[in-house]
Design a protein. Structure first.
Length: 623
């Protein structure tokens, strides 16, 4: 095997196939089809979101009773499933199946998650066939570690070209803008909302329900752009024509560094899915993209991955110190490197230093239990003692007299989170807390009334997810501006209806009021949106204003009156004001702004007002 360990998971026979190449070659699709050609199978995917998407697809084909979904936070396991769709970390690799596939194997180089992907790459096998899917950068290492693997390459189904730099305001429709922090995503989405009426937002921290609702807005054409973190690059399938990078550097958890060409390609590859060509570029504010990098992305040529992250899979549970030592055992091969600082190992060391925890470690079973508790993910990313304290509470419950987390206690924790008030960040924080409790609830040997607790956690997450989608939409989508911008850009004429009282409506959106020839736009706190409303009114009211100017020109002298403030009124609406002239018998005419009137229309109004004034002076002198 070449991996430094002879312990294999069940099912080590059959051919090993490495499908390594650029994005949009159909690797995952081919693997799913291959899996369904076997009697049983299992596929490990990099994200819960993608696992859910594949699960729904497989379930639609083979039926609910034939397929299981297993992620850290979600399990749907019928009595006798034939196929298992999982996140890589949650794969029940001890279960023998005919076919196994591991997706995005290049993540074996990831500092935190990489050791799990390396373990699956080296040791998870199907009885009859195993597929490894990922980037071509993995080929040299796969050839070295797994020399018997058969390599299959597939061409990209569409062409990806570099389109250069562009302004945010000039992005084409169906564009995805990619940034590398939540704050930057919010900033860009806000700017797009002002210009085009809104954008969908996708962050890695969103729940699947919120993410799907946001993507559905984009897919349905309700918004013209989507703004996302680089989470979009990992198997998120959408109809994107263009990807624009908002920045060319990111903070990777340790340092702020330039993006690699392979990282740019992973994100850019979301454009032009299947046989439709796509393009990628940068926002002009990000600075120029190195031409060599652009060419590398277009041609899918990147430096190979040279080392994989590894952590010893053969752990020693004879004592806490022995377990910590086995976790820190150095890699057995030069092309393996130690895993980066891991949350679970760090939590083990910190909890193991607490006297009350050490006192509870009586026998190997308790130590194994402590290790399982330490592997509960920190979805909150608290970066404080809060997560370790929570794990300590869980371990105390599990080693206490009841040996379970009391249902009343878990329900109380979930009830505290079941609130939909607050802003976007508050809702995302609550969802992260719920995800932790959901993960725990799916450990059926840890909680009382597990099915009821799972249902309660799911209901709370769904409610918070719907509220989060609502907050994101309200903040980053201006429905009126979006509709007006869309109508202004298509070929259909935009025509306004002027209701009794002067209310102006176009494309079912209120624009303001029309009083005579004066348009008074609806108030909007955003200057950019206000400009869009005025622009739409200029287009939509063009025919109505032309009709009114023509009627004013034909109106008889008696249709006008001069009020006590010096305003000339037509149909009770002011159309001109008298101003001081060279002498009392020759006053001048001053027109209001009337900024929706064309120059020709303004001239016609002025001529008719001046004619009325001449007639009025003549009638006065004749008395």
């Amino acid at each position: 095997m070449g991996g430094g360990s002879e312990r294999w998971y069940p099912g080590s026979g059959g051919p090993l196939v490495a499908c390594l190449g650029p994005t949009n070659t159909g690797k995952t699709h081919r693997a799913i089809r291959r899996m369904l050609g076997h009697r049983t199978g299992m596929i490990g995917l990099p994200l819960r979101l993608l696992a859910r998407e594949v699960y729904d697809r497989v379930r639609a084909e083979v039926g609910d009773e034939a397929v299981a979904l297993v992620t850290g936070e979600e399990r749907a396991v019928p009595r006798r499933p034939r196929y298992w769709v999982c996140t890589v970390e949650a794969m029940p690799v001890e279960r023998p199946v005919d076919f196994v596939a591991i997706d995005e194997v290049q993540l074996a180089a990831h500092p935190q998650r990489g050791h799990v992907f390396t373990d699956r790459l080296l040791r998870a096998r199907g009885w009859r066939e195993t597929w490894l899917l990922g980037a071509a950068t993995m080929r040299p290492l796969v050839e070295r570690a797994l020399p018997t693997a058969e390599h299959r390459a597939f061409p990209r189904l569409s062409r990806l070209r570099y389109a250069g730099a562009s302004r945010l305001a000039a992005l084409p429709d169906r564009s995805a803008v990619v940034a590398f922090s939540a704050a930057r995503v919010y900033e860009l989405a806000e700017r797009i909302r002002r210009r085009t009426g809104g954008a969908a937002v996708v962050l890695g921290a969103l729940s699947p329900r919120t993410r799907n609702a946001q993507v559905a807005m984009f897919q349905a054409g309700e918004v013209r752009h989507i703004v996302a973190t680089d989470a979009i690059g990992m198997g998120l399938n959408m109809d994107v024509d263009h990807v624009a990078l908002a920045d060319l550097a990111k903070f990777d958890g340790r340092a702020h560094r330039p993006l690699t060409a392979a990282e740019i390609a992973q994100v850019a590859g979301r454009a032009g899915r299947w046989t439709r060509d796509g393009s990628f570029g940068v926002l002009d504010e990000a600075g120029p993209l190195d031409p060599a990098v652009a060419e590398a992305v277009e041609n899918h040529e990147f430096p190979p991955v040279r080392r994989l992250r590894w952590r010893n899979p053969d752990l020693d549970f004879s004592s806490l110190d022995a377990l910590l030592d086995s976790l820190n055992r150095p890699p057995p091969r030069p092309w393996l490197r130690p895993a980066g600082r891991a949350e679970d190992a760090d939590a083990l060391a910190r909890l193991g230093a607490r006297p009350e925890v050490r006192a509870a470690l009586r026998g190997e079973g308790r130590l194994r239990l402590l290790w399982e508790v330490c592997r509960v993910p920190d979805f909150r990313q608290t970066l404080t003692d809060a997560h370790v304290d929570l794990l300590g509470e869980v371990f105390a419950w599990l080693t206490g007299p009841r040996g379970r987390i009391p249902a009343a206690e878990l329900r109380r924790r979930l009830d505290r989170l079941d609130r939909t008030d607050g802003d976007i960040d508050a809702l995302m924080t609550r969802i992260a807390f719920v995800r932790t409790w959901t993960y725990i609830a799916w450990r059926e040997d840890w909680v009382e009334a597990p099915e009821a607790m799972q249902a309660r956690a799911r209901a709370v997450e769904d409610r918070l997810s719907d509220a989060l989608h609502d907050r994101l939409t309200r903040r980053f989508v201006d429905h009126r501006t979006r509709v007006l911008v869309s109508r202004l850009s298509d070929d259909r004429p935009l025509v306004a209806t002027v209701e009794p009282g002067g209310r102006v409506v176009a494309a079912e959106q209120p624009l303001g009021r029309l009083v005579g020839l004066d348009f008074r736009p609806a108030e909007h706190p955003d200057p950019e949106a206000a400009r869009t409303i005025r622009k739409a009114a200029r287009v939509a009211l063009a025919d109505e204003l032309a009709r009114r100017v023509a009627a004013l020109e034909r109106a008889p002298h008696a249709a006008f009156r001069l009020d006590e403030d010096g305003w000339l009124r037509w149909e009770e609406a002011p159309v001109a004001a008298l101003a001081r002239g060279p002498d009392p018998l020759h006053p001048r005419v001053r027109l209001p702004a009337f900024d929706l009137l064309t120059p020709a229309a303004r001239a016609a109004v002025r001529r008719r007002a001046e004619r009325w004034l001449r007639e009025a002076v003549a009638a006065l002198l004749a008395q």
